[in-house]
Design a protein around this ligand. Structure first.
Ligand code: AMP
Ligand code: GLY
Length: 435
């Protein structure tokens, strides 16, 4: 069969690579992909949902798999389904679980899924009054999509006031911050938990740890994710049962009952485990990035089989198999560089997740020939004169494999040292603490 993967980053590379190794799959196309993915998978330049549809029809693809949230919240599944092209993901009305944090939190409260105490505001003054009245630290979250950067974890009232101003008055993420959720800050163990679901039954995936903060020891701003590893030390049947019973299943069923729409595809819940209770911090309607890069290499069941089971509503009939191997992903990001114009320095770019420069040549990739190391390409493009150059905030995912977490981590760090571009920066503590 022929598969189209819609994505442009490291997650899309991992999904496309998984299909490439799938015995049922003859050809994989990634759209738009990037220059790094194009080393091993055909990439086609499509960006809007109508362009993906045109490409899928032209190429007569048998199935489409969507990586990021925005095509989903823009209704790609409805569009393809109307044309009878099989596609994996929730329809537009179900993608609201990611598209509106306020909606999801209110749904959770309604159906009894554990969430931190919260309120929703569309008036910054009322939001500030609330923060002043509650006696605990809060997290201020933009309601809409903000590329994983719209939640501001605050230590005190002053920080929370700043966060409200940043999101609601300065509109740092545009309309996404018109409404905010303000919730109690929780302290516990954070995990990313994914399930495949056909709207009725679900199959849980291995547990991954994501590193959201920009700097070591979880300091600095939130990012899309600076690294990940899997399995997590808490992974196992007990945790999977707990989360499926308390969070994933109620959310899927509750959504269907309220909206009369099945939720199909991948459900990603960001959870904080506090005293054995899994609190839902966020729900996403897709694979995580960089979690997919450490979960998918562990998948032994063909992703094409799972995809058709999701679409045909027969997921419950088969078991999904996973390998016990450890994978650790360290993200090479665009750090601090000089901002040049006309050969003159114009100050500095602070680096991802704030503003960063682009177009710096990437060297050393050819020196990585370790069978336990894979590179998933994210913000990379091709320059006619310079070869591979940086083209995003997260540039490369260097993924190590091992029989233990420390072995996987060593592979990733040993190999990331071989890569260079101006301003390269990565966290040095991915996978270090919890074995
Ligand atoms: P979200 O956009 O909701 O996933 O939040 C991004 C990150 O902020 C999460 O991955 C957590 O690290 C952190 N966070 C979100 N909500 C809370 C909370 N209630 N308490 C503590 N940390 C949180
Ligand atoms: N790793 C966080 C996300 O994909 O949203």
């Amino acid at each position: 069969m022929k598969v189209l993967v819609v994505d442009s980053g490291g997650r899309g590379h991992a999904i496309a690579w998984q299909f490439k190794n799938d015995p049922n799959v003859r050809e994989v196309i990634c759209a738009p992909g990037n220059a790094g993915i194009a080393r091993e998978i055909r990439c086609e330049n499509a960006r809007a949902n109508e362009e993906f549809l045109e490409l899928a029809k032209r190429e007569k693809v048998d199935i489409v798999f969507v990586g990021p949230e925005s095509p989903l919240t823009n209704g790609i599944v409805d569009l393809f389904t109307a044309e009878k092209i099989p596609i994996v993901g929730p329809q537009k009305s179900a993608a609201i679980l990611e598209g509106s944090k306020a909606y999801t939190k209110l749904l959770c409260r309604d159906i009894g899924v554990p969430v931190a105490e919260f309120e929703v505001f569309d008036d910054p003054e009322k939001a500030k009054d609330y923060v002043g009245a509650v006696k605990y630290p809060v997290v201020v979250k933009a309601d809409g999509l903000a590329q994983g950067k719209g939640s501001i974890v605050c230590s005190d009232t002053e920080e929370a006031f700043h966060a409200i101003h940043h999101l609601m008055v300065e509109m740092a993420f545009g309309d996404a911050g018109r409404k905010v959720v303000i919730e109690k800050r929780l302290y516990g163990t954070e995990i990313s938990f994914f399930v495949f679901t056909d709207g009725e039954s679900l199959a849980s995936m291995p547990v991954a740890q994501d590193y959201k903060r920009a700097y070591d020891n979880d300091e600095g701003a939130n990012t899309g994710g600076m690294g990940s590893y899997s399995p997590h030390r808490l992974e196992g049947e007990e945790l999977a049962k707990l989360v499926c019973e308390k969070v994933s299943m109620p959310l899927i069923q509750g959504f269907k009952e309220k909206q009369e729409v099945p939720y199909r595809g991948i459900l990603y819940t960001g959870l904080m485990l506090v005293d054995g209770i899994p609190y839902l911090l966020e729900a996403n309607v897709r694979f995580g990035d960089p979690e997919a890069q450490v979960i998918l290499p562990r998948l032994k069941t063909p992703l094409s089989d799972i995809s058709f089971q999701i679409i045909n509503g027969v997921l419950g009939e088969k078991r999904v198999e996973w390998s016990p191997d450890y994978y650790c992903d360290v993200v090479a990001a665009a750090g601090r560089t000089r901002q040049m114009k006309g050969g003159k320095s114009k100050g500095w770019y602070p680096g991802y997740p704030a503003r960063y420069g682009k177009g710096y040549p990437i060297s050393g990739l050819e020196t990585i020939d370790d069978p336990d190391c894979r590179i998933f390409f994210a913000g990379v493009s091709n320059s006619a004169t310079k070869g591979f150059v940086t083209d995003g905030g997260r540039v490369l995912h260097i993924v190590g494999r091992g029989n233990t977490l420390s072995a996987a981590r060593d592979v990733a760090y040993r190999n990331i040292e071989k890569v260079h571009f101006e301003g390269i920066r990565y966290r040095t503590d991915i996978g270090r603490e919890k074995e």
